[in-house]
Design a protein around this ligand. Structure first.
Ligand SMILES: NC(=O)c1ccc[n+]([C@@H]2O[C@H](COP(=O)([O-])OP(=O)(O)OC[C@H]3O[C@@H](n4cnc5c(N)ncnc54)[C@H](O)[C@@H]3O)[C@@H](O)[C@H]2O)c1
Length: 434
């Protein structure tokens, strides 16, 4: 069983099913198609499947031509799970958010797996790529597959291989980022390696799915904690009248033992604000409360309020209040040069300002229209950055420091600027660091 499947994967005659065609799943599906596999992409969002099948992209850093090329080769998108029957591999790239109590919400994974089960049969490999707590693959996926009567590791193979996608980063592509791979049994790992080795330049096998799950969490927690540290240092430096960006640049000249992290308006994106709580939740089951991780989350989640306080102080120095002031948010995506709005701190800043009576506008070339979100709805669209726009507003707050924005135009206009990203390094009376 195993050898037949590995042979099919090696010869690229295997059909690869990718479930969830978002920031992680779409690039992976494209990569499999690019190297010559037949790929079936599954997504419950019919807009996405229609776009793919007509050669259109919905992610800013992926071109229409790349999608069209993959469709011409061997990619087909569908919302119909019965096509899973024809797949040799089922790779799940599904969201793993937190619920309203900030606890792991595995409903996307569980519901999807249950919907796929009628189409799962012998000689298939199921791989989970979503970020999750240690134990998910073994405790949540394995029993559901075993309940079909198929033996995991013999009839069917179960793999966990976390995604390390960094959307918008031009230095890395899906294949050049080394990938962790693990299996429920040694045979599962062997199949997992065969599944990924044709599309990824360097695979890093580890001994268990729990190790792989924890590895992914360590990577993201490492970022969250260090960003928390530098955000705290920022607040201290600010009170002391020191420019934290100058401090970081100076410290980064040390050729060993220091890695620069940069402060900002708060965490954003699907990963860093969420993943640490997958670990803290699971750790409680073992009687451990990872306080440093929780504390970093607390420091980082206070940043939008800190930015709003800086805006308040800036307006106050001009004898103005937030109430009634016109505030332009520059860059509303969660980080520079992407169109991804998930968990963006800009949204919380806008909400806090609006609550205090500000009139809000925004400018972001990556986000032409403010998207509908679960908890917020601003009926706004991006304003063009001109003299006229800048004259209309009382304050501009830089939240995402996209390239290609005319920062000189903004500072030359004399508008009060609240800079959360260290765009402006030299002192000016109209610029406040936040
Ligand atoms: N975005 C990143 O940079 C990144 C990086 C590393 C890891 N991850 C992890 O990868 C996972 C996926 O993240 P993402 O950013 O790709 O999410 P995403 O929201 O961009 O994509 C998920 C896709 O799954 C689809 N979907 C939801 N339910 C479905 C179902 N039942 N059947 C089929 N499709 C369904 C959605 O329509 C969406 O297109 C998460 O666990 C995330 O933490 C993300």
């Amino acid at each position: 069983m195993k050898d037949q499947l590995i042979k099919k994967l090696h010869s690229k005659s295997a059909v690869i099913g990718v479930i969830g065609l978002g920031y992680v799943g779409l690039p992976l599906a494209l990569r499999y198609a690019q190297v010559g596999y037949k790929v079936i992409g599954f997504d419950i969002d019919p807009e996405k499947t229609e776009k793919i099948n007509s050669g259109e992209s919905y992610i800013s850093h992926i071109s229409d031509a790349t999608i069209q090329d993959a469709v011409n080769k061997k990619l087909k998108a569908t919302s119909n799970y019965s096509n899973a029957r024809n797949s040799d591999a089922l790779i799940m790239c599904l969201p793993t958010p937190l619920d309203k109590h900030r606890e792991p919400d595995l409903s996307y994974i569980i519901n999807t797996l249950e919907a796929l089960i009628p189409y799962i049969s012998k000689r298939q490999v199921v791989s989970l790529e979503s970020t999750t707590y240690p134990g998910t693959t073994d405790e949540v996926l394995r029993p559901r597959l075993a309940a079909t009567g198929l033996e995991v590791g013999k009839d069917i193979f179960l793999v966990y291989s976390p995604e390390r996608e960094d959307p918008g980063n031009p230095d890395f592509t899906t294949n050049t980022i080394p990938k962790i791979c693990s299996g429920i049994t040694p045979a599962c790992l062997e199949v997992g390696m065969a599944l990924y080795e044709q599309v990824i330049d360097q695979l890093v096998p580890v001994s268990s799915t729990r190790t792989a799950e924890m590895t992914k969490l360590l990577e993201n927690i490492h970022r969250a904690v260090n960003i928390g540290l530098v955000n705290e240092m920022k607040v201290v430096a600010d009170r002391m009248g020191i420019n934290i960006h100058e401090v970081i640049d100076a410290a980064a000249t040390k050729p060993f033992g220091f890695v620069p992290y940069y402060p900002g308006p708060g965490l954003g994106g699907h990963c860093i604000p969420i993943d640490p709580f997958y670990l803290t939740w699971k750790a409680r089951e073992f009687g451990i409360n990872p306080r440093l991780v929780e504390l970093a989350g607390e420091v980082n989640s206070r940043m939008p309020q800190w930015v709003v306080k800086k805006i308040t102080d800036g307006l106050n120095s001009k004898k103005k209040s937030i109430n009634g002031s016109r505030i332009l948010v520059l860059g509303i995506a969660y980080k520079k040069n992407v169109d991804d709005m998930r968990e963006s701190p800009a949204v919380e800043i806008m909400r806090l300002l609006q609550e205090k009576g500000a009139v809000i506008g925004y400018s972001d070339p990556f986000v032409p229209v403010f998207p509908k979100m679960r908890r917020y709805n601003f009926e706004l669209s991006s304003e063009e950055l001109t003299h006229k726009t800048l004259n209309y507003y009382d304050c501009a707050v830089i939240v995402a420091d996209h390239d290609g924005i005319d920062y000189k135009l903004i500072s030359d206009s004399g508008i009060l600027i609240v800079d959360t990203r260290g765009v402006y390094r030299s002192h000016a009376d109209n610029i406040i660091r936040a």
